[in-house]
Design a protein around this ligand. Structure first.
Ligand code: MN
Length: 205
C-alpha cells in the first residue's frame, strides 16, 4: 500500500510562501488522488509488492499500454509529490552541507548557480511538469526538466531525484496566478536543503 508522505508541519506552516488553500488542495486533493489511483493500478498490474522506484524504473515490463501509461502518470504523480512535500519545511535549511555541498560546488560552481539552473529549467518547462536535481550511481549531479508526471526514473536515466520543483499550475496558481517565476523564486524559502542533503547521502551510500 503506497501512502502519502506525512507532513512535518501544519497546512498553514509554509505561509506566506505556499498558502494554506494551495497546500490543502495540492496535498489533500491532487496528491491524494494520485496515490489512490497508483494503488489501484499497481494492484491491477500485479506490481503492488514492488517499490514505487522499482515500478517507475521498469515500466517497459508492463505489456498492457493503458496500465503502463497509467502507472507512469499516477505513479509519477505519487512519487514526485512525495519527494516535493518531504523536502519542504517552515524552518528550511538554506544551504546543503557535506558531500552534497562539495559536489554542487565542483559541478555548478556554487549553490546559487544550481538554484539558478533548477529555476530556469522549471520556468522554461512548457506546460505542466517539474525540474529535478538528480544523482547517478557515481554521485554526479544533473539538472533536468520533465513534462507531466515524468521524472528521471520513469525516463530510464537510472538516476535518483533528490529535489523536485513542481510547476504544475495547481502548485502555485491560487496565490501566484500566472506568475510562475515568482513562485519558483519563492520556492527556495521553504526548500529544506537539510533534507536534500540526506537524500544525496542516502543515494550515494
Ligand atoms: Mn503537483
Amino acid at each position: 500500500m503506497f501512502e502519502q508522505v506525512k507532513l512535518g508541519f501544519e497546512m498553514n506552516g509554509l505561509e506566506p510562501t505556499i498558502d494554506q488553500l494551495t497546500m490543502e488542495t495540492h496535498y489533500g486533493k491532487h496528491h491524494a488522488a494520485y496515490t489512490k489511483m497508483f494503488n489501484e493500478l499497481a494492484e491491477k498490474a500485479g506490481v503492488a509488492d514492488k517499490s514505487a522506484e522499482e515500478i517507475l524504473g521498469s515500466l517497459d515490463s508492463i505489456a498492457d499500454e493503458t496500465l503502463r501509461k497509467g502507472l507512469r502518470n499516477q505513479g509519477g504523480g505519487y512519487y514526485n509529490h512525495n519527494l516535493y512535500f518531504s523536502t519542504l519545511a517552515p524552518d528550511a535549511a538554506k544551504a546543503p552541507t557535506g558531500k552534497l555541498l562539495d559536489k554542487i560546488n565542483e559541478t555548478f560552481g556554487s549553490v546559487d548557480e544550481v538554484v539558478d539552473k533548477l529555476s530556469k529549467a522549471a520556468v522554461g518547462q512548457f506546460g505542466s511538469g517539474w525540474s529535478f536535481l538528480s544523482v547517478d550511481k557515481a554521485g554526479n549531479l544533473f539538472v533536468t526538466a520533465s513534462p507531466n508526471q515524468d521524472n528521471p526514473i520513469s525516463e530510464g536515466t537510472g538516476r535518483t531525484p533528490i529535489l523536485a520543483l513542481d510547476v504544475w499550475e495547481h502548485a502555485y496558481y491560487l496565490k501566484y496566478k500566472n506568475l510562475r517565476a515568482d513562485y519558483v523564486k519563492a520556492f527556495w524559502e521553504v526548500l529544506d536543503w537539510k533534507k536534500v542533503t540526506e537524500l544525496y547521502d542516502k543515494a550515494v551510500g
